[in-house]
Design a protein around this ligand. Structure first.
Ligand code: S3P
Length: 424
């Protein structure tokens, strides 16, 4: 893999730019917005609640904010597709609006756990109903007010933390959330960017309800989670020298770089700068022989979306890689432990799933047929495995690559991966 490329905009920041821009007073101008199905689902949801949003047009979006209390009841359910971030953050943001609405999603999203957000919201006095199994659709009912809570997260989840903080904007008093390990902090950074005061101390963040947001400009960096496929691809493909431009390097997201470096990867960070309160840099990655490692558990939440790609790196490394403490992977867009173990095994790799991780012994990769189970990150990770396989890899059920990485096939092909989209 060779050359220079810029992967699409950060998904987490793109979602939040629409959410906070809609609630702000004034006009928010966004550039670098991810035009993927997930962030577009958030955009359409706010349009359906009466927000005037222009674009996206080549990553540019203009949001005419309606203020904290300007959202309107949508005509029907809000369909959030495959997007867990949209559903969990919206559950909090909408719980105290005095509106009645329903949030729905596709089959994958409708099987993911939602009690992790509806339980703390109930403590705040919200009424958000799930199915009996604790899944979507979510039905939000109006309540007269929300009360602040002081909540300890049982899982290290930025989505749950963000849900509670967004509900806290509408609560009487000070809402605090304590996390068991650092998770992505884009909600906190962006709330501050929109002029909202919050207190951060160690793993605890607090904000008072009743404030207002002021519109601002947002330059969305390239998504490190999308860059991760190329970091792995260039590391495992002999002769590679690839530069990824303008990548968001938030310290709560950089686990993939730390883990790859521990495995022996050659990643050079240059041109470091701060863009709208987020650190950004260019990453040059060259092929290097990788070795198996025991992945430090403190890196798990910092690389939570990058494990499908890291498993491919482990399959190409010398020796054994052991991941523990990552049971959250079982409740992502697919069960990423089982689905990746099945995929790697189909390519001849010794990959053994465990309840909370995986043990992978690196070795030769063969061609074969694998199934991504509609999980975008699994599809893109297994595509990178072709850089080292001795035959073609056919990946099934790939349409959801469009949720986070439109034009993956084009960019990966330009960089040197032999890839084509097939249509059944
Ligand atoms: C996200 C948080 C993470 C991550 C997801 C995006 C966010 O989920 O997996 O892709 O934007 O807050 P959890 O917080 O549930 O781990």
């Amino acid at each position: 893999m060779r050359g220079r490329l810029r992967v699409p905009g950060d998904k987490s920041i793109s979602h939040r730019s629409i959410m906070l821009g809609s609630l702000a007073e004034g006009t928010t101008r966004v550039s670098g917005f991810l035009e993927g199905e997930d962030s577009l689902a958030t955009l359409e949801a706010f349009r359906a609640m009466g927000v005037d949003i222009e674009g996206p047009n080549q990553g540019r979006v203009v949001i005419h904010g309606v203020g904290m209390h300007g959202l309107k009841t949508p005509a029907g359910p809000l369909d959030l597709g495959n997007s867990g971030t949209s559903m969990r953050l919206l559950a909090g943001l909408l719980a105290g609006q005095g509106l009645e609405l329903t949030l729905t999603g596709d089959a994958s999203l409708s099987s993911r756990p939602m009690r992790r957000v509806t339980d703390p919201l109930a403590l705040m006095g919200a009424k958000v109903e799930t199915t009996e199994g604790g899944t979507a659709p979510l039905h939000i009912l109006p309540v007269p007010s929300l009360k602040a809570i002081d909540y300890e997260l049982p899982v290290a989840s930025a989505q749950v933390k963000s849900c509670i903080l967004l509900a806290g904007l509408y609560a009487d008093g000070e809402t605090c959330v304590t996390e068991p390990a650092p998770t992505r902090d884009h909600t906190e950074r962006m709330l501050q960017g929109f002029g909202y005061e919050l207190k951060k101390e160690g793993g605890r963040v607090c904000l008072k309800g009743g404030g207002r947001l002021t519109a601002c400009d947002i330059d969305v960096p390239a998504d490190i989670s999308s860059a991760a496929f190329f970091l792995v691809g260039a590391s495992i493909a002999p002769g590679s020298d690839l530069t990824l431009e303008h990548v968001g390097l938030n310290p709560t997201r950089d686990g993939v770089i730390n883990i790859l470096r521990l495995m022996g990867a050659d990643i050079e960070v240059s041109n470091q700068r701060s863009v709208g309160g987020e650190p950004v840099a260019d990453l040059r990655v060259r092929h290097a022989p990788l070795k198996g490692i025991r992945i430090p558990e403190d890196q798990v939440p910092l690389a939570i979306d990058e494990f499908p790609a890291l498993f491919v790196a482990a399959a190409c490394a010398e020796g054994e890689t052991v991941l523990t403490g990552a049971e959250e992977l079982r409740v992502k867009e697919s069960d990423r432990i089982q689905v990746m173990a099945d995929g790697l095994q189909a390519l001849g790799v010794d990959a053994r799933p465990t309840p909370d991780g995986m043990v992978i012994r690196g070795g030769a990769l063969h061609g074969g047929e694998v199934d991504s189970h509609g999980d975008h990150r699994i599809a893109m990770s297994l595509a990178m495995a072709a850089l080292r396989a001795d035959g073609e890899i056919h990946i099934r059920d790939c349409a959801n690559v469009n949720t986070s990485f439109p034009n993956f096939v084009g960019l990966a092909g330009d960089a040197g991966l032999g890839i084509e989209a097939a249509h059944d």
